[in-house]
Design a protein around this ligand. Structure first.
Ligand SMILES: Nc1ccn([C@@H]2O[C@H](COP(=O)(O)OP(=O)(O)OP(=O)(O)O)[C@@H](O)[C@H]2O)c(=O)n1
Ligand SMILES: C[C@](O)(CO)[C@H](O)COP(=O)(O)O
Length: 230
């Protein structure tokens, strides 16, 4: 557990999406993974990593009742604020940020990354405390080609990274960044921050920090959890 002493840390956990690529009627963040809904695993990882962390959870507008029912059914009582998702992840993050009071650092995390290790969460907050921002990444390991099936060419994978969350920032930087107009080039929070010229510091992520995007990812997450307990 990272003890925050006088500093205050917060996290916005975005779970306001509908999960089109997963293709299930109930969005993937509410599906069961090893006895608990995905989103409960995610929230628990943060509450167990950082002492007294303030948590804001963003849910689809039409699923507040679903979440209320799940919290009651699972006796889930980790304190958290709730807000509603927007049409883009950008707007969901913006809504979540409004719920977090004054603090030094804010993390932003995908609700569908339920296996983020405590150590990685702590590493991102510690590093953002030193550098102002911190984003976990994994080096690309496959060979890469750019183009289409008929015409394509190899491109170097040197210095290319896959980006994960939690992405952690000084609160005043990220609040200011999210005051910008939405830009389709905003694919994560680091892209929002750096449009204002703030530096993005990287740290090593982990393969286990998977994002549940398609049904096979839920199976992989279950496999990782089983492995952890054997
Ligand atoms: N308007 C949105 C879109 C996404 N998210 C959240 O951002 C995280 C990463 O997004 P992704 O995996 O793309 O989730 P979905 O948008 O739900 O999936 P899809 O793109 O397949 O529809 C998820 O926790 C998702 O709930 C959100 O809060 N609000
Ligand atoms: C924020 C993110 O998880 C970093 O990899 C990713 O950009 C989310 O992308 P998605 O297209 O919304 O899944």
């Amino acid at each position: 557990m990272l003890k925050t002493i006088e500093s205050k840390y917060g996290v916005v956990i975005v779970a306001g999406g509908s999960g089109k690529r997963f293709g299930n009627e109930i969005p993937k963040q509410f599906l069961t993974l090893n006895q608990y809904p995905v989103l409960m695993h995610t929230i628990r990882q943060f509450s167990q990593s950082i002492e007294k962390i303030e948590i804001a959870v963003v849910l689809p507008e039409n699923h507040h009742e679903t979440w209320k029912r799940l919290c009651a059914a699972y006796d889930f009582n980790i304190p958290h604020h709730i807000s509603s998702g927007g049409t883009e992840r950008f707007y969901s993050v913006k809504n979540g940020l409004e719920k977090i009071a004054d603090c030094e650092l804010i993390g932003i995390h995908d609700g569908v990354r339920p296996l983020t290790p405590h150590k990685l969460i702590q590493q991102c907050f510690e590093s953002a405390g030193r550098h102002g921002s911190c984003v976990p990444v994994m080096p690309v390991t496959d060979s890469l080609r750019k183009g289409n099936y008929q015409q394509n060419k190899p491109i170097s994978r040197e210095n290319l990274y896959r980006v994960q969350t939690p992405q952690v920032f000084r609160q005043n930087w990220i609040i200011k960044a999210y005051e910008q107009e939405f830009d389709p080039a905003f694919t994560d929070d680091a892209t929002v921050l750096e449009k204002l010229g703030y530096p993005v510091f990287l740290t090593d992520g982990t393969e286990k920090n998977i994002k549940i995007t398609k049904p096979e990812d839920l199976n992989l997450a279950a496999f990782y959890l089983k492995e952890q307990h054997t």
